[in-house]
Write a protein that binds this ligand. Structure first.
Ligand SMILES: C[S@@+](CC[C@H](N)C(=O)[O-])C[C@H]1O[C@@H](n2cnc3c(N)ncnc32)[C@H](O)[C@@H]1O
Length: 467
């Protein structure tokens, strides 16, 4: 059965949650059989039976916010063999030589699969290594400094021995190799260097605790397009907006994978419209509202800009689908039981430049945020169809004097007829021995999206309206 490496985004836990949810609930049925903090190994139930499965992989890549690349696996070498061939300190030279030769024979076979034709061809390849964690000692001391040069040299030689006219490889900056600090090539390089062409390839070595999966990259994310939508739209305000990746992931947690063009979804705190913009790209019927008329106009201008960029037609009643309203009056502006999903980033409170005091946040939560989130649940319950989902972010505040503080979302949800949906299905996640790779109990309920040291972190919640 064919297996694939999914290269994960920087928030690997959230990327795994998104991917597993898609593999469980969409037509792309399958499971994650192994993972690290950089990759997930996926086995599909029947996707590989489709002769044109690459097109299906491209569709899958397009909907996922947290997957950078999808690569087809051709071989696997267990971790003991790798450690024998590339130990941290070389002591047993014979063992090193023997196991390196074994690896060479693996590589030889892999290359027959990676390149359709080798004889007389001018071939170019890039080697990418994904370790368990980028801060692993084994990555900086061994994989970058010894394994990578070994692979580049040996792959080049094997291709020549197999009759290639020329074989060249992508050279990483020497100073990165020396310092042991290296990132595998980015998705936009794949396009720049033509690595999807038959005579060119990115060969990926993806490590987990079990061993290394050897694969060829088949599809990649188009970060330039996301960046363009995010940065070139007429109206933007980065400090209050979620990232395109997070918007896509949240849309996937709505669990609406079939006939997206018929699914109505609403963001009742649109701001400058990040969520509806990416929902439009994903074919949803988009609706939205905001308390500020200016924001609603910004969103509409951004949507019109995107439609022009995509050279598509403006939806018939677009103007009417976006309204200026306080979330408290949502159900007087839109029909009851009308929407298939609510996906939103409500107000997260003021923008703190420095950590606030515990009492300050406590007051903010009691007087502003809790009433706002209560009203949002109340209204979401009215406008959503039964069994439809409400996906949103809520803030976690780091305070100077009292640790972290957040809203009691579960209590509010229960009151307004919503049941919590775990962001990760505990039964589907394989066991890992490294504690940093394990999901803790609380991770199965919700996950956080934040950069290191961020004062206000975003927590992602999934709820379902009960029937
Ligand atoms: C965090 S921002 C949303 C940003 C948005 N995701 C974006 O991409 O720009 C929150 C938005 O909620 C709006 N808002 C605040 N209180 C509101 C209320 N009571 N009802 C509706 N909208 C409200 C604000 O005007 C603001 O645009």
């Amino acid at each position: 059965m064919d297996k694939f490496i999914f290269v994960l985004g920087s928030n690997w836990q959230l990327s795994i949650a998104e991917l597993d949810n898609v593999l469980k609930n969409s037509e792309f049925k399958g499971k994650i059989t192994d993972y690290s903090a950089n990759i997930a190994i996926v086995e599909f139930d029947n996707l590989h039976e489709d002769r044109h499965y690459i097109n299906r992989l491209m569709e899958l890549q397009f909907i996922l916010g947290g997957t950078q690349k999808i690569c087809k696996i051709f071989d696997f070498i267990n971790i003991q063999t790798i450690h024998d061939a590339f130990p941290l300190h070389i002591e047993k030279f014979k063992l090193v030589e023997r196991t390196r030769n074994k690896i060479l024979s693996n590589l030889s076979q892999v290359l027959d699969n990676v390149f359709q034709r080798i004889k007389k061809e001018n071939l170019f390849f890039a080697t990418s290594i994904y370790p368990n964690f980028y801060d692993d000692e084994y990555y900086s001391k061994v994989l970058i400094k010894h394994f990578l040069p070994f692979l580049n040299k040996e792959i080049m030689n094997i291709l020549k021995e197999k009759g290639a006219e020329k074989s060249l490889y992508y050279k990483y900056p020497e100073e990165n190799i020396k310092s042991g600090n290296l990132n595998p090539i980015f998705p936009h390089h794949l396009i720049k260097y033509g690595l999807f062409n038959p005579d060119r390839a990115e060969i990926v070595f993806g490590f987990t605790e079990e061993g290394v999966y050897i694969a060829r990259t088949f599809t990649s994310d188009d970060p330039n397009f996301k960046k363009k939508v995010d940065e070139e739209r007429p109206f933007k305000e980065f400090k209050s907006a979620i990232s395109p990746k997070l918007a896509l992931m949240m849309l996937n947690f709505l669990n609406l994978f079939e006939e997206r063009e018929l699914k109505k979804i609403i963001d009742p705190f649109v701001g400058n419209g990040t969520i509806p913009l990416f929902a439009l790209i994903q074919d949803f019927q988009i609706y939205g509202s905001d308390i500020e008329a200016k924001k609603v106009n910004n969103t509409l201008r951004n949507i019109n800009w995107l439609i022009e960029e995509l050279e598509e037609e403006v939806p018939f009643l677009l103007r009417e689908q976006f309204k200026t309203t306080d979330v408290r009056d949502l159900s007087s502006k839109f029909d009851v039981n009308y929407f298939d999903g609510v996906c939103t980033e409500p107000s997260l409170g003021p923008f703190f430049k420095n950590k606030p005091y515990f009492s300050q946040v406590q007051e903010l939560i009691e007087t502003e945020l809790e009433p706002l989130y209560k009203a949002t649940f109340d209204e979401a319950n009215k406008i959503l169809k039964p069994n439809s989902r409400f996906v949103f972010v809520a803030p976690i505040f780091s305070t100077v004097d009292g640790g972290d503080l957040q809203l009691n979302i579960e209590k509010i949800a229960r009151k307004y007829n919503f049941k919590s949906i775990p962001i990760l299905d505990q039964n589907r996640i394989v066991n890992k021995s490294n504690i940093r790779l394990q999901f803790q109990k609380q991770h199965f309920k919700t996950l956080i999206d934040a950069k290191k040291g961020q004062i206000v972190k975003r927590k992602i919640y999934i709820y379902e309206k009960q029937g």
